[in-house]
Write a protein that binds this ligand. Structure first.
Ligand code: G1P
Length: 299
């Protein structure tokens, strides 16, 4: 099935305080995962799924993001003069990727507020939201699956991952019921970052959404929730109840490879996993890792 959705929204206004001092003068989205900024993986994923119109919701100190997806004439000229086509191609990779747009969030009032900043740009079409902390392996086509479900069901779609109950407090958690498709569930409730004891399930919302534009009107009227922030989860809860005739919310259960770059330990794991998988680095890195790990104490 081909989808007609073309717009992706990427919230990228967060301060990245978990990575200080690295993020004192550099956006956390620019942290390299092997040799590419984390944000480039996310834009590549959107483009691979056919979403070539990308709106990034940024803030102060995020100029490096705009620069990364723009031309850099001096560097291009110098590489061209040297005839270094390999490096030139690496420079141009991010420039030619997508039709990039930027809007600033202003006050950091939460993920729901960041998504609301996309209203003017998105207009009356369904659109995707991709959170930069999650990298989905390029071999797993989660977003395409979600886009197809959005068109088929005319509903909003979130990506769900079954997590250890001990980690559910880090995510939005969904109450679900089965549908006629084994990897799709209907969402009947949602709670932002619940304690393990009150979580409706251990299905966690991971950072991929395909939303109907009605979400904007709902976000306009969503009161601050968990942490005093306007939560996307709360607006989705309203949509799940279908009170406004929005078609409800469905979850696509993801069983593929996901790399979390949102905190230090997960970031380090992501870099190791992705590097070990690479054809240019893996053959040397893997045996070294095995040898290194053999000499490690687990405590
Ligand atoms: C956000 C959402 C949360 C979701 C998570 C996925 O939280 O609010 O519902 O589960 O992203 O990564 P954050 O991680 O930005 O605090």
């Amino acid at each position: 099935m081909t989808s007609r959705i073309t717009k992706a929204v990427i919230p990228a206004a967060g301060l990245g305080t978990r990575f200080l001092p690295a993020t004192k003068a550099m956006p956390k989205e620019m942290l390299p995962v092997v040799d590419k900024p984390a944000i480039q993986y996310v834009v590549e994923e959107a483009v691979e799924a056919g979403l070539t119109d990308v709106l990034m919701v940024t803030g102060r100190n995020k100029n490096a993001l705009e620069n990364h997806f723009d031309r850099v004439a001096e560097l291009e000229a110098s590489l061209e003069a040297k005839g270094d086509t390999v490096k030139l191609a690496k420079v141009n990779e991010s420039t030619d990727l997508a039709d990039m747009h930027y809007v600033r969030q202003g006050d950091p009032l939460g993920l729901g507020h960041a998504v609301l900043r996309a209203r003017m740009h998105v207009g009356q079409e369904p659109f995707a939201v991709l959170l930069g902390d999650d990298i989905i392996d390029a071999r797993d086509t989660l977003l395409t699956r979600m886009l197809d479900e959005q068109v088929a069901r005319d509903a909003s779609i979130v990506a769900l991952l079954e997590v250890d109950p001990d980690s559910i407090h880090l995510y939005g958690a969904a109450a679900v019921e089965p549908t006629d498709e084994p990897d799709v569930v209907r969402i009947t409730g949602m709670v932002e970052k619940p304690a393990k004891e009150v979580a409706p399930s251990n299905y966690a919302v991971i950072g991929r959404y395909v939303l109907k534009p009605e979400v904007f009107e709902i976000l306009e009227h969503t009161e601050p929730g968990k942490g005093g922030e306007i939560q996307l989860t709360d607006a989705l809860m309203t949509m799940a109840n279908d009170v406004e005739g929005t078609g409800g919310v469905f979850g696509v259960i993801f069983r593929g490879r996901r790399y979390d770059t949102g905190d230090k330990l997960d970031y380090i794991k992501a870099v190791i996993q992705l590097a070990a998988d690479r054809a240019d680095l893996g053959p040397e890195l893997r045996p070294w890792l095995v040898e290194y790990a053999a000499g490690l104490d687990t405590v």
